[in-house]
Design a protein around this ligand. Structure first.
Ligand code: BZD
Length: 830
């Protein structure tokens, strides 16, 4: 009989035959069971995609098991938890990453081969989860992997967009955007929690009510939308811990529609219900700046409100006194996008929990911390007061109150310095009165950080100088990092095996500092030989992909020179293209006898332009126009090729990065907050050609200036160079611009405005003044590549020095110094 709870649990465990097993027969049985009953295909007749689906479902079962264990364990231990709030996550594919983190990749590969399938081929069937734009979103994904691996009691919260980042299609060299309806073929990783739903309110009015003799504010909403949770398991590596990324989707709220049904307008009521789903339907594809659009604001509040309700519900399961809230909860704001959470926490504590304002504020100030990813004031989010007031009337009142109290306090500290007071105010007066979300986040957070050393210094010296002077202790630096699990183990298995062989251990996968052990062998001819072989194999893979995508055949002996990232003027893909034109021009004008000295190059560019970003789109077109000319010039042949890789995303990055010899990170100094692509290339033994910007400065500290190719103006030189204008555009630069202007690559009129950005008198991004030193750095790279042993040594040293740029280091730093949380590891070996 089922007497006690533990007897019940015991019996259930026996009925289920213990946990899922990972021997080859069990895995095969599991996969076939999913083919037959989940995918509903005959196990005697299913294709690769169906095999992938079944495989994914069998992996998902194992993830769910671990996730249950982890959650129960957290519940029992009740540690302080961190809640990571991010509007965007670029997870990419999950299959390979999951089986590697679960430690059962080889078992699966084995099981599949006995069924006549190849693991790698099935893994290719998976589409990317692209719920984000660029660096910020991929960083969130890397950090989730580290939080799970380091056993931190963490949750990620975000939005489940139905349309992820648009797919880039190139027609005639022009970018076109196509919707990414990524859920079309189902998503085996997520679990819909139909019972985890919360109402989210919008519009309406605030009324004052009398509650036991005390005045209190009651918000009567005009619209209510239900948020439903979709849970995505994030497995750690070498641990049983599996944490959750909870994404919210909109669904209609029954509550709200009652009246419409009663008045008989049935059709209209049903149509209105659908509006609710629109909230989470599409990701904004622009990573440049804030969007003062109502839908964007609705998305932000929707995700914040549902997350806060969920966090408070979990807290209440074990606690009744909000004094304990800061001991149990840390909330991390990933940029300003989720910073309405501050007003929401205040609203809940004051209006619903009836805590006094000061007490509520004290709690809020202890739980929030804030990461800034922007560099310039224009990149900071501002929300028009009118918009906020109509959508979230109570929140506007709360923000006014926060600001009033802050400014009063400030006056006491700094006196009546009205200029400074108005700069620091959360409210910006002016043509469009707005809320400065960054100011709100800084005022409330106990920690504010930049994402690299130079960025954090810039925040203190420029963007938030006034705040730094007021609260120097709040300002921190947390240099970004990326996860070596995804960026070496998953994407470069041969390099992974080689590293483990030479270090004599796989421990570096969890303890990445061990990579420095490779330094001792950097000059060893045996390692160099094997290292070169690995690179060759990866270049081969990439070359095949390039040929399939663009029809261009490339030589494996050439240097693969890659610049892949979002297209932005400040990232200077244009400088790269102008450099390529210069290289082409030089080859054309060279004596034939001299050509044997040219180091052959394959230049690879990839990235998406925001749909409304005209100049960025012109850069893409120019790249194609130049490629067309060069690649069809038989006279130049293998000495130079240029290819544009369309639809760059996480899974394409996993193929491109391991195959690169050289990668370019050439932003105008002072414009890239950190840059994380460079870290992935570095881990894969790719040499960097870079400006001293963002995290490159720290990469130089780690691997030494001799092991990469630096060029260009330094951060402190930029303002002066800009003031001077571009007094003399170097001849070489002027010449290549002229070629574009003269129609050498066609589309002469179309490129005019693009050329103007360089030689039109302003040259804001300093292409002209950096051009010569860029060419010098390129020449130095050519020279180094001509000596394969030297190059390989530099490559080994790059990987060896990449440990500091692991997100494990970043997350440990946040956990220990900012969140005040400790690992909470399920007692098992993983
Ligand atoms: O964040 C990027 C920075 O530009 C990089 O320098 C930095 O390495 C990464 C990670 O810290 N910022 C973004 O990716 N920003 C956005 O994607 C974004 C999205 C929406 C609105 C504004 C910016």
């Amino acid at each position: 009989s089922l007497g006690s709870d533990s007897a019940k649990a015991e019996r259930m465990f026996r009925l289920m035959d213990g946990f899922l097993k990972n021997d080859s027969i069990s895995l095969q049985q599991d996969i076939l069971r999913h083919v037959e009953y989940t995918v509903a295909r005959s196990r005697f007749n299913f294709d690769d995609f169906e095999a992938y689906q079944a495989l994914a479902h069998s992996v998902r079962d194992r993830l769910i098991e671990r996730s249950h264990d982890t959650q129960l364990y957290f519940k029992r231990k009740d540690p302080k938890r961190v809640y990571f709030l991010s509007f965007e996550y670029l997870m990419g594919r999950s299959l390979s990453n999951s089986v590697i983190n679960l430690g059962i990749r080889d078992q699966y590969a084995d099981a599949l081969s006995q069924l006549g399938f190849e693991f790698e081929v099935l893994a290719e069937q998976e589409g990317d989860a692209a719920l984000g734009n660029g660096g910020l979103a991929r960083l969130s994904a890397c950090q989730m992997d580290s939080m799970a691996t380091l056993d931190y009691p963490a949750w990620g919260y975000g939005l489940r967009y139905e349309y992820g980042l648009f797919r880039q299609v190139i027609l005639d060299g022009f970018q076109h955007e196509q919707p990414d309806f990524w859920l079309n073929f189902g998503n085996p990783w997520e679990t819909e929690r139909v019972h985890v739903t919360y109402p989210v309110k919008f519009y309406g009015v605030v009324e004052e009510e009398n509650l036991n003799g005390e005045k209190c504010n009651v918000w009567i909403p005009g619209e209510v939308v239900e948020a439903v949770a979709y849970d995505n398991p994030i497995p750690g590596y070498g641990t049983r811990n599996t944490i959750t990324l909870r994404l919210w989707a909109g669904k209609p709220s029954d509550q709200h529609d009652m009246e419409a049904y009663n008045t008989g307008d049935y059709i209209n009521a049903v149509v209105c219900r659908q509006k609710a789903e629109n909230i989470s339907s599409v990701l904004y594809p622009d990573d440049r700046s804030f969007q003062g659009k109502e839908l964007r604001l609705k998305q932000q509040y929707f995700f914040v409100s549902a997350s806060i309700q969920d966090i408070i519900r979990r807290f209440r399961e074990a606690h009744s006194n909000f004094d304990e809230f800061p001991e149990k909860v840390a909330l991390q704001l990933n940029d300003t996008h989720p910073s309405l959470a501050i007003a929401e926490v205040m609203r809940v504590l004051v209006d619903k929990e009836h805590l006094g304002w000061n007490k509520a504020w004290d709690i809020a100030c202890k739980i929030f911390s804030f990461t800034i990813h922007a560099v310039i004031a224009e990149g900071l989010e501002k929300i028009p007061v009118d918009l906020l007031g109509s959508l979230l009337p109570r929140h506007l009142q709360i923000i006014y109150e926060i600001n009033f109290k802050f400014v009063e306090e400030l006056k006491k500290r700094i006196g009546l310095d009205y200029n400074r007071l108005s700069r620091m105010s959360i409210i910006e007066e002016g043509a469009v009165k707005s809320i400065r979300m960054a100011n709100l986040a800084i005022v409330c957070s106990h920690s504010v950080n930049g994402v690299s050393k130079v960025h954090s210094e810039l925040l203190k010296a420029k963007l938030f100088k006034d705040f730094y002077e007021l609260w120097p202790e709040k300002f921190q630096c947390k240099t970004n990092g990326v996860t070596q699990r995804r960026w070496i183990v998953v994407s470069n298995p041969s390099l992974c095996a080689l590293i483990s062989k030479w270090l004599g251990t796989e421990a570096w996968i969890r303890d990445v500092d061990l990579l420095t052990g490779l330094r001792a062998y950097a000059a060893d001819p045996d390692l160099q030989q094997e290292w070169m072989m690995v690179k060759k194999v990866n270049k081969m893979r990439l070359a095949e992909y390039i040929e399939a995508m663009s029809g261009v055949k490339v030589s494996l002996d050439a240097m693969f020179d890659v610049q892949t990232k979002r297209i932005h003027e400040y990232k200077r893909q244009l400088l790269n293209i102008l450099g390529i034109i210069h290289r082409y021009d030089c080859i054309k004008n060279m004596e034939k006898s001299q050509r044997s000295k040219v180091v052959p190059r394959v230049c690879i560019i990839g990235g998406k332009a925001a749909p409304g970003y005209e100049i960025a789109k012109k850069i893409i077109k120019l790249c194609h126009a130049v490629a067309e000319k060069i690649n069809n010039d038989t006279d130049v042949g293998d000495l130079l090729k240029l290819v544009f890789i369309p639809d760059y995303n996480v899974s394409v990055a996993e193929l491109v990065i391991p195959g690169a010899d050289l990668s370019q990170h050439i932003s105008t100094a002072g414009h890239e907050a950190s840059g994380t692509g460079s870290m992935k290339f570095l881990m894969n033994g790719c040499l960097l050609l870079a400006t001293e910007d963002g995290s490159t400065v720290e990469i130089v500290e780690e691997i030494g200036a001799d092991n990469l190719f630096l060029f260009g103006a330094k951060i402190h030189e930029v303002p002066k160079l800009r003031e001077e204008g571009s007094p003399k555009m170097p001849l070489q630069c002027a010449r290549v611009i002229r070629m574009v202007r003269d129609g050498y690559f066609g589309f002469k009129d179309y490129f005019e405005s693009l050329c103007d950005t360089v030689d039109g008198g302003k040259d804001f991004y300093l292409l002209g003044s950096d051009f010569e030193s860029y060419l010098e750095a390129q020449a130095a790279a050519d020279k180094a590549f001509a000596d394969p042993n030297k190059w390989t040594q530099m490559s080994i040293l790059s990987t060896a020095g990449s440990g500091r740029f692991s997100s494990d280091r970043t997350i440990r730093d946040y956990a220990e110094k900012t969140w005040g949380i400790e690992p909470c590891r399920f007692p098992s070996d993983g």
